[in-house]
Design a protein around this ligand. Structure first.
Ligand code: NAP
Length: 334
């Protein structure tokens, strides 16, 4: 099958995104819309109306559509996938929101269901958000979703499949995301909960492994992945993606104290943050550059990620306070 290359100037392309009410998925939607693509976003339950509200506040309603997909693991999606140029599948529960076993099960079943439906509807390309960012692929339950996707892709060369696996993802919420944060619900913060926890003097739960990425870079990687070249030319496309910059929680606390002195008294003791010999981890940089066109020197600096995240969290907190909510007590889900 011949895969047409396309550029951002081709504005009539139509992409479907799952998980659009999530931290990463909403950034993906925002970047697609900023690039003037058409998008169809799948959501469920009360998030359907919230997603419509969030997108309407920022984008013209003739460029997006929000549809209900109540269960990502089953159901006929053919009516929604007809004519779609590509899918970004970013819906899966984070381990910690549901128990780890359930999270893995939904991830695998959701990915395979979306891929099968995509093949059936002749969608040419799918980008799946991987739940892990290690290279090479680990054995056992942590690698099971990626393994299932890789095996599917090998059997179905009629569809082009990319796995994009961001490291711990932090960053500001995309404009409109406050619609999903109407009240203090730490689980709605996704991984930013770990940065929010840094605004607690008594916090001792600082992430124990190195490697991070700004959510804006993670979303950018997904969109670049829609643009080929295909696996038939470059081999399997599974990318662990991490910022090449030193991502140190100790540095983050230091820069927040310096640049946001009003928060100084709220901060976790920086000496509790672990020190590592390496603050990122090895990934296939040459392949990421050659295939995705994602340059190591284009990643957002850690200081900016830390400050923008804190500003975004403090803004959300201000909205909660205006409504009379207390600052939520620390409860670490991740
Ligand atoms: N955040 C990270 O550091 C990180 C790093 C690597 C990979 N990832 C992966 O990236 C993806 C998105 O993560 P995120 O940080 O954006 O998490 P998030 O903010 O919790 O968003 C998860 C999204 O998935 C949807 N979802 C969860 N379970 C679902 C189900 N059973 N059926 C349909 N939709 C479901 C959620 O919908 P509702 O809003 O309706 O619940 C939400 O839209 C996940 O696959 C995660 O494993 C995340």
């Amino acid at each position: 099958m011949a895969f047409p290359l396309f550029t951002v100037s081709q504005l009539s392309l139509f992409f479907q995104v799952t998980g659009g009410s999530g931290f990463i998925g909403y950034h993906i939607l925002s970047q697609l819309l900023n690039n003037r693509y058409f998008v169809r976003a799948a959501a469920r339950g009360k998030k359907i109306e919230l997603l419509k509200k969030a997108l309407s506040a920022n984008y013209s309603s003739d460029r997006f559509e929000v549809i209900e997909v109540a269960d990502i693991t089953s159901g006929d999606l053919s009516q929604y996938l007809k004519g779609v140029d590509g899918i970004i599948h970013a819906a899966a529960p984070l381990p910690g929101r549901v128990d780890v076993e359930t999270a893995f099960k939904i991830s695998i079943e959701g990915s395979l269901h979306i891929l099968r439906e995509a093949v059936h509807a002749k969608v040419p390309r799918v980008v799946v958000t991987s739940s892990i960012a290690t290279f090479p692929l680990p054995q056992g339950p942590f690698g099971a979703n990626d393994l299932a996707v890789v095996e599917f892709a090998e059997k179905h060369t009629e569809i082009d499949v990319t796995l994009a696996g961001p490291a711990f993802t932090y960053g500001p919420f995309a404009p409109g995301f406050e619609c999903f944060l109407p009240e203090p619900d730490l689980s709605a913060l996704s991984t930013n909960e770990s940065i929010y926890a840094l605004l607690r003097p008594g916090n001792t739960r600082i992430p124990i492994a190195p490697g991070a990425i700004d959510v804006r870079d993670a979303a950018r990687a997904h969109i670049l992945a829609l643009k080929f070249p295909p696996s038939t030319e470059v081999g399997p496309k599974r990318f662990a993606i991490v910022s090449p910059h030193r991502s140190s929680y100790r540095d983050a606390l230091t820069i927040i104290a310096k640049e946001r002195p009003e928060l100084k008294d709220r901060l976790t003791d920086a000496t509790l943050a672990r020190e590592w010999s390496l603050y990122t981890f090895p990934v296939e940089w040459q392949k990421i550059d050659d295939v995705l066109g994602l340059k190591a020197d284009s990643f957002i600096l850690w200081d900016k990620t830390a400050l923008d995240t804190v500003d975004s969290l403090v803004h959300a907190e201000g909205l909660w306070k205006e409504k009379g909510f207390e600052v939520p007590p620390l409860f670490h889900h991740l």
